[in-house]
Design a protein around this ligand. Structure first.
Ligand SMILES: [Zn+2]
Length: 330
């Protein structure tokens, strides 16, 4: 009994707040304004994750956490902490090469899932924070800044852009070269476009609500299905990297399966995959199977489905995403 209590007290959340700004947890109505940094619009909601910008038409794939400290010149000085223990995967110290400015990506193994955290717009990356280096949860990895390839972020909205995210495909650089001739990718597979972000605010709140019962895998698998597709491939990078998201049907064994039914949430995260046997007359390609039309409007910023008359179809964006998801480099 005593041991049990001790364990409860010492249990750490899977993810810690990556800056000293803890006002999200204040539970007061004014807290959100102190926590989220707004876009130029000045509305704090635009610092949240989701279809929060440009009247719901622009996607923000992380959260913007506002500064709490400034030096005499008005520059943010908040230390940035690793949200969880892991390994540094990538650092970019050439701010002109990304709209993330100086950024760090850390990889984490959580419940068998390869999860990544991204810290962007930093003024400085701490000494020793280099690819391959292990970091502990809460370790200081850099300093908040205002860097971006689109010019410096205004002082009043200095923030950490923070993502908790899943990586789409290790072969991203190769895929990009084939699909974007003439364009450059300076970051290999560590390009922000190769990631599918979760909502960090929701994750922090779920952790508080559930305490030690919080499970990131349950959180991911508990997403609401916007649409599902049949993918006629027996294996692709996502099915290997995110095996825990596969829900096996006992009647479908590996020898019989012809592909996967993949459920996507409104933001395009393939959060559940079921091996399946396709019995209908051969589908030649990816097939849209089911749509929850109620989510069309709330998730319009991702433009994953389009309407042809009254019929939903996969948009170019969704087809591109599925193409990258299933790209085997062959
Ligand atoms: Zn942001």
């Amino acid at each position: 009994m005593a041991l049990n209590i001790a364990l409860k007290i010492s249990a750490q959340p899977a993810f810690r707040m990556p800056t000293p700004n803890l006002t999200l947890f204040d539970g007061q109505t004014s807290a959100a304004e102190s926590f989220f940094a707004p876009t130029q619009s000045g509305h704090w909601e635009t610092g949240r994750y989701g279809c929060t910008r440009t009247s719901g038409w622009q996607f923000h794939e992380g959260i913007d956490i506002k500064f709490t400290q400034q030096d005499k010149r008005g520059e943010p000085t908040d230390p940035i902490f690793a949200t969880a223990g892991g390994t540094v995967c990538y650092t970019n110290q050439q701010p002109g090469l990304s709209n993330f400015g100086n950024y760090i990506i850390i990889g984490h193994q959580i419940e068998g899932l390869e999860i990544f955290s991204i810290y962007a717009h930093l003024s400085e990356i701490a000494d020793g924070v280099v690819s391959g280096r292990k970091v502990e949860a809460g370790a200081r990895i850099g300093t908040m800044g205002r860097t971006s390839n689109a010019g410096n972020i205004a002082r009043f909205r200095a923030h950490l852009h923070f993502e908790i995210t899943l990586a789409i495909n290790e072969g991203y650089a190769e895929w990009f070269e084939i699909n974007s001739p003439g364009q450059t990718n300076d970051h290999g597979p560590w390009n922000g476009r190769n990631f599918l972000g979760l909502d960090p605010e929701q994750i922090f709140m779920e952790q508080i609500r559930k305490g030690e019962d919080f499970s990131l895998k349950d959180y991911i698998q508990g997403q609401e299905s916007y649409f599902s597709v049949y993918i006629p491939k027996k294996s692709f990078p996502w099915t290997k990297r995110y095996k825990p998201l596969i829900v096996q049907a006992p009647e479908v064994n590996d020898a019989r399966k012809t592909g996967y039914i993949v459920h996507f949430n409104g933001y395009g995260l393939p959060y559940q995959l079921s091996p399946t046997v396709w019995n209908k007359s051969e589908p030649l390609d990816v097939e849209l199977i089911q749509v929850n039309g109620n989510l069309y409007d709330p998730f319009k910023c991702r433009r994953l489905l389009s309407l042809k008359g009254t019929e939903f179809q996969l948009s170019k964006t969704a087809l591109n995403l599925i193409d990258l998801l299933t790209f085997n480099g062959d």
